[in-house]
Write a protein that binds this ligand. Sequence first.
Ligand code: SME
Length: 157
Amino acid sequence: MNNVDFNLLDQQLRALLDDQSDALADTANFVALLYQALDDVNWLGVYVLRGKDLVLGPFQGLPACVRIPLGKGVCGDAAARRETLRVADVHAYPGHIACDPASRSEIVVPLLVRSELLGLLDIDSPSLDRFSQRDQDGLELLCRSFSELLARHDGFI
Ligand code: SME
């Protein structure tokens, strides 16, 4: 992911979603755009907050856990804390939920609109310590843009 131009990707995201008016379609395209742009990634998708659970949304990769309670696993912890979690070795993370056994590192970025948690972006890599601070900064930029674009819709998905 070191060569990814996140500012260019952000422009592409804004252009891609500019004329769309459906949150589900926008989310599916957000996920597909990122999956194509990032290398060394085996799973990438969105979980949506429904009550006290995160529910699986559009994704690319192997079938995954459908429902994750807040506070469980990397996703549940990032959602409960409303902050990005970057895990260099998922096997060393207490409570990590293994959906794809190939996953070795992970980054989870919350999707927030006006401080309200809508859900999160979850990305897994088969390589240890795959995600850098630069990746985190770039993905947080994209998630901010995506959340702003989603705010045009009445609801999420
Ligand atoms: N590993 C995540 C679960 C989701 S899958 O990676 C798709 C976790 O511990 O929250």
